[in-house]
Design a protein around this ligand. Sequence first.
Ligand SMILES: C[S@@+](CC[C@H](N)C(=O)[O-])C[C@H]1O[C@@H](n2cnc3c(N)ncnc32)[C@H](O)[C@@H]1O
Length: 335
Amino acid sequence: CNTASIVSVLRCLRRSLLGLWTTFSVHRCSIPPLPAGRITTLEALDIWKRHFIVKGVSEPEHSSSYIIAHVLGAKTIESVEHDKLSQLLGQDKTGQIWQLCTKRLSRMPVQYVIEEWEFRDLTLKMRPPVFIPRPETEELVELVLSDLKTGTEVGADTQQTCLEVGCGSGAVSLSLLKGLPQLQVFAVDQSQDAVDLTAENASLNSSYNVEYKQRFVFSARETLYSLCSPVTALVSNPPYLFSEDMKSLEPEISRFEDLMALDGGEDGLNIIKNILSLAPQILTTHTHPQTSQHHLGLILRLSLRPRYCILQKEKSNKDLQPNMDRGAQILLHGL
Ligand SMILES: C[S@@+](CC[C@H](N)C(=O)[O-])C[C@H]1O[C@@H](n2cnc3c(N)ncnc32)[C@H](O)[C@@H]1O
């Protein structure tokens, strides 16, 4: 009985407990009775939207429409032909809708219920407890891509490489590869579930230039250096919530997502500090003429708090001193 088998037993146990929790919590909620006769898609949408509202499930319309569109083989309800919405559903489709909407009643996020989600132009497999990519992270990908493309344009003839710390489902790494197929990406995460899902999503999206490993950014310095050092960019959407704020998370998050994906410690900066101290040693030192000025850029988002922190390594600087508020996603790159 080695450590790997203990870990895999614990992961199985976690999944079974999650299944039991879902069944148990749904039994405590009433479920609308399965209709005796046949119903149309519009009627099913309405029954479940109203039921979610009564039961206090967040985003009731969004939830029922994504689930029902999924059962009909579509991405969104808007993309289903208008005539089809008023047609009667078969017993099998009605049964599937009831089964999936019942999972949503247990407050399982819709992304886990339908087991996939769109991120930029990728369809990614989703399963608990791996962090569900948030829409604002698409902007982080955009920033990294434009930064790396600038590096390519100015004629850097060396292979560009990127390390992502905390890859989750692979959303960021795989989107970078979709935008820049020649890039070499190294993706690490403390969670084996996340690393496995990144691997699955890489193969589903034919992204081959990615290596993924289970590593903790705290303790795996040496292996990170030997795995990929030096890298052109270091990117992360790290956990950044204050530990005390973890108590007030929505049930969708606290019951289903890996809390280590969110908890940034007492000051929210546990992982961020580690990434910042890793950066000067792991980033490349060659120079791109157009990016050689030292800069620390912060892009302010609607909340007027910095959401993205873009740092650039100075040629001889060992200490990066970012001016960063909470809630940061980080892009670091070498000169
Ligand atoms: C906010 S999630 C981001 C996931 C993904 N990049 C995304 O944007 O959808 C943070 C990720 O960091 C991982 N993580 C947390 N602590 C870590 C550590 N010490 N070392 C490596 N990864 C860590 C979590 O498991 C989680 O997958």
